[in-house]
Design a protein around this ligand. Structure first.
Ligand code: BTN
Length: 315
């Protein structure tokens, strides 16, 4: 947005409404409207009578033009979207390139796994990344584990918190959900055509109440605002590298790090699966990223591809 560029150029000094109106080719009321739009995107624009406008620190703001995007591909950032996931899939079908990144400040029809709704108010980080990895469909689920692991590491680096990974693809902190991942793809039996990785992180938004489970945001956890820009750009960089490694070497290089952060490891839990609920102990993950799960009464663990950990029963 041109107004943002003008305010940034003045490096924190005031710029009069008249000067901005002239530079933008709009009326003073037009300047005010633009300022409102910037504020809706999270930029802290200060307005002082007879001085004009200036840009204050904007930790809430997301400015894709300044993202260090390792794919350097198409970047779409909108204040409101129904779902970045749907938009990314539409573009995938139309032939958009790998690395296409769709970000929305707010989603009106955000979706979670298993067809659940995903609350996506202003303040959170909601995006979908289009990938065309050299993988078979069977390797796709563990790619989501890699994405979640890299996000947990990013959050650790950027906030100092130590989040936990709830297999297969949630990030939790202090017994509450902080982030979720949704992977959808188009594939043949032996080859992925495209894959859309949808990521939702509760950053500065109020913790969602309607997920049917306890949730938390980084701001609620830390008592301060966190930059979505830094989280997104840090994750894009590290995930880009991790993806190449995963394509080359599979999940084994990530297994130990994943298990270190794994929630409920060595605990007995109830696991909901398509075939019904199971009770057993979580042992870790295997070299393909499947859950190693020792069912009650068995001596060797099963390796499960799907399921949702519902409940921790005992230590
Ligand atoms: C889950 O935990 O159930 C997965 C949540 C995934 C939410 C993200 S937000 C960005 C992208 N757009 C959507 O509609 N969903 C994903």
């Amino acid at each position: 947005m041109k107004l943002l560029q003008l305010l940034k150029k003045s490096e924190g000094h005031f710029v009069s409404g008249a000067r901005l109106a002239e530079a933008l080719g709009v009326t003073r009321a037009g300047v005010h409207k633009n300022v409102q739009r910037l504020r809706a995107l999270g930029h802290a624009v200060q307005a002082v009578p007879r001085k004009g406008y200036r840009l204050q620190d904007s930790p809430q703001a997301l400015d894709p033009s300044e993202l260090k995007d390792p794919w350097g591909k198409l970047l779409v950032h909108k204040p409101v979207m129904a779902s970045t996931q749907e938009e990314a899939k539409r573009r995938a079908v139309a032939g958009a390139p790998e690395g296409t990144l769709i970000v929305a400040d707010r989603q009106t029809a955000g979706r979670g796994r298993w067809g659940r709704a995903w609350e996506s108010p202003v303040g959170g980080l909601w995006f979908s990344l289009l990938l065309k990895p050299r993988l078979s469909p069977a390797q796709a689920p563990a790619l989501t584990l890699v994405a979640a692991l890299e996000m947990a590491r990013t959050l650790q680096r950027r906030t100092g918190l130590t989040p936990a990974l709830k297999w297969p693809n949630d990030i939790w902190w202090d017994g509450r959900k902080l982030a979720g991942f949704l992977t959808e793809m188009s594939a043949e039996a032996d080859r992925v055509h495209w894959l859309v990785l949808g990521v939702g992180v509760n950053v500065n938004n109020p913790a969602p109440k309607g997920l049917g489970l306890p949730a938390v945001s980084l701001r609620a956890a830390l008592g301060r605002t966190v930059s979505r820009q830094l989280i997104l750009s840090d994750w894009l960089g590290s995930f880009h590298e991790a993806l190449r490694k995963y394509e080359r070497d599979g999940f084994s290089p990530f297994k130990e790090a994943f298990e270190k952060l794994m929630l409920f490891r060595w605990n007995t839990v109830e696991l909901e699966t398509a075939a019904g609920p199971l009770v057993g102990e979580i042992r870790g993950v295997d070299d393909l990223g499947r859950l190693s799960f020792l069912k009650a009464g068995q001596t060797a663990p099963d390796h499960l591809l799907e399921g949702e950990i519902r409940l921790k029963l005992t230590r």
